[in-house]
Design a protein around this ligand. Structure first.
Ligand code: GAR
Length: 204
């Protein structure tokens, strides 16, 4: 049985598109997973348009519509849980989830980050690596824990920084590597399962 994925987005959704394309090309049986819904923390983003174009149900839970961050987190968890996902993928989802979300999806909530963690966590991984003068950077696919980009690492991809790079150019090259990595990792998790041993992720 193909595993059920809910994908969370906040922006352009090119990582979501890469997953959609891989599933469409390979078929759910071969890839091992299907996307059952796409969630977001804001309206009017290209990521949601991509989901709608693919005929997928979407949901939006905006922080400002809730009295507290905890209520937002519970609402996001509830909306996600309604689709009974086996795995949840944060693909450019720019919010830190809270206790309730992690209680339900911890250990099966995957994030992709545009830097080589533990270097340059947070919302500006590309800009921070560039400003630091790093010569290589890349992307990290990891499980989410209760820190900011601190969870167990599943896979990483390396990208060289060029002298002429600005944030946009470097991010574009990172995203090329990132999309392939995410598609590969999610497929392997779906087909083979995984266990987390301390900080180590094992995909048998
Ligand atoms: C990706 O590069 C992802 O790593 C990054 O946002 C981009 C989303 O692109 N996420 C973060 O920076 C999270 N801290 P996309 O919307 O085109 O998939």
């Amino acid at each position: 049985m193909a595993k059920r994925l809910v994908v969370l987005v906040s922006g352009s959704g090119t990582n979501l598109q890469a997953l959609l394309d891989a599933i469409a090309t390979q078929g759910t049986a071969v890839y091992g997973a299907e996307i059952v819904a796409v969630g977001a923390d804001r309206d009017g983003i290209v990521g949601l348009e991509r989901a709608e174009r693919a005929g997928l149900p979407t949901f939006v839970r905006r922080v400002r519509d809730y009295a507290t961050r905890e209520e937002w987190d519970a609402a996001l968890a509830e909306a996600t849980a309604a689709y009974e996902p086996d795995l949840v993928v944060s693909a450019g989802f720019m919010k830190i989830v809270g206790k309730e979300f992690l209680a339900r999806f911890g250990g099966r909530f995957v994030n992709t980050h545009p830097a080589l963690l533990p270097s340059f966590p947070g919302a500006h991984g590309v800009r921070d690596a560039l400003a630091y003068g790093a010569k290589v950077t890349g992307c990290t696919v990891h499980f989410v824990d209760d820190g900011v980009d601190t969870g167990p690492i599943i896979a990483q991809g390396v990208v060289e920084v060029r002298d002429e790079d600005d944030e946009a150019a470097l991010h574009e090259r990172i995203k090329e590597v990132e999309r392939r990595l995410l598609v590969d990792v999610v497929g392997r998790l779906a087909r083979h399962g995984h266990r987390i041993e301390g900080r180590k992720v094992v995909i048998p």
